[in-house]
Design a protein around this ligand. Structure first.
Ligand code: DAH
Length: 356
């Protein structure tokens, strides 16, 4: 205490104030958030801050010593406040610089979000459904796993028919099979209610084939119309309308005598090749689609066999009807000019993206 008396009054306080200002200056440099900076400011300038004690002592000094200490106190406060302002400004600037660094280059090409497309087989199914809905048909579906009775017996297909061979049909557990055609939906529909019936039944079917022109699973579409006095002419008219709506007007339809167990008479349905229009547009011999025949097979058809009506409890004397079955992948190939059936199942986006 004795030696302190010999210094000019207030010199210790001035030194302490200058020291605190310097200390603050060193501390604030390491602070990176406004919150930390404000907290440090309060630790020095707040009511109970580090500068509060020297300020209190200032009041107790003799009057002649006060101006110098007061000046030191202001210097310290100002130094602290301007250090705060400068540090906050520096932080703002750094933040802005970071934002600017992130700024988007609007001249860059956009990042596209690729849109999916409907599968060509779905497009074809939907289009055909619309055509038949317009004729008053309903859309029905049936299960892929079927009973042999629905798939064969009720369709007048005897046990020794070649289609019932293990080589042709997939047999699954429980004596069931994977349906080999959509025709069992005829049976299900007729069992479910009385005539009249006017349905189409699109869906996948399964056969033990696998080569360039056959896949073990493929989509078919069945048609069935049952009413009083239905004629073969109505079958042909319906198929003509369908083909004209689907491929374009004026295209010919040809019915070739054939055999199916569930129809009598039966026919194979050919559409005139839409590329060469039955050989009329280019020399049929050069057409890549029909290979020169002028016609393309699209399915089978016929008048419902009386035994089919008997199997479902319909009276063959009272009602008649026609049925048909078309291959949807075949329709899609013809419509879009696809030459390999397998393209539909390989899921190559370059192929699929062409159908928009
Ligand atoms: N179910 C036959 C098949 O898959 C196609 C068929 C032919 C269906 C004649 C019919 C029909 O309804 O009447 O080969």
């Amino acid at each position: 205490m004795g030696s302190a008396e010999t210094k000019p009054i207030g010199a210790d306080l001035i030194a302490e104030l200058d020291r605190l200002a310097a200390e603050f200056g060193a501390e604030i440099g390491g602070l990176a958030t406004e919150q930390d900076i404000r907290a440090a400011q309060a630790r020095y300038l707040g009511k109970k801050g580090k500068l509060a004690e020297p300020m209190k002592m200032l009041g107790r000094l003799p009057a002649e010593a006060r101006p110098a200490v007061g000046e030191a106190a202001n210097r310290a406060k100002n130094a602290i406040e301007s250090a705060v302002t400068a540090r906050l400004a520096a932080l703002d600037e750094a933040e802005l610089a970071e934002d600017l660094g992130r700024v988007v280059d609007v001249t860059l090409p956009g990042r596209g979000r690729p849109l999916g497309t409907l599968h060509p087989l779905t497009l074809v199914r939907r289009e055909i459904e619309q055509i038949f809905l317009g004729l008053g048909f309903e859309v029905r579906t049936g299960p892929w796993i079927e009973t042999e009775w629905n798939n064969f017996d009720a369709l007048n297909t005897p046990p020794d028919h070649p289609a019932r061979d293990m080589q042709d049909t997939f047999f699954v557990e429980g004596g069931r099979i994977l349906r080999s055609h959509t025709s069992p939906v005829q049976i299900r529909t007729m069992l479910a209610g009385p005539p009249p019936v006017r349905i189409i039944a699109p869906g996948n079917v399964f056969r033990r084939d696998d080569d360039a022109t056959h896949t073990p699973m493929f989509p078919q579409m069945e048609g069935l119309l049952v009413d009083k006095q239905v004629s073969f002419a109505e079958l042909k008219g319906t198929l003509l309308h369908f083909v004209h709506r689907f491929f374009g007007p004026g295209l010919g339809v040809r019915l070739r005598p054939s055999y199916f167990p569930f129809t009598e008479p039966s026919a194979e349905v050919d559409a005139a090749c839409y590329l060469c229009d039955g050989g009329r547009k280019v020399t049929a011999r050069t057409c890549r689609l029909c290979k020169g025949s002028g016609w393309i097979e699209i399915g089978g058809a016929g008048m419902v066999h009386p035994n089919v009506f008997r199997a479902v409890g319909y009276d063959p004397q009272a009602v008649s009807g026609f049925a048909f079955g078309v291959g949807l992948s075949r329709m899609a190939m013809l419509k879009y000019g696809v030459d390999d059936l397998r393209s539909f199942y390989e899921h190559d986006v370059r192929f699929l993206a062409q159908f928009r």
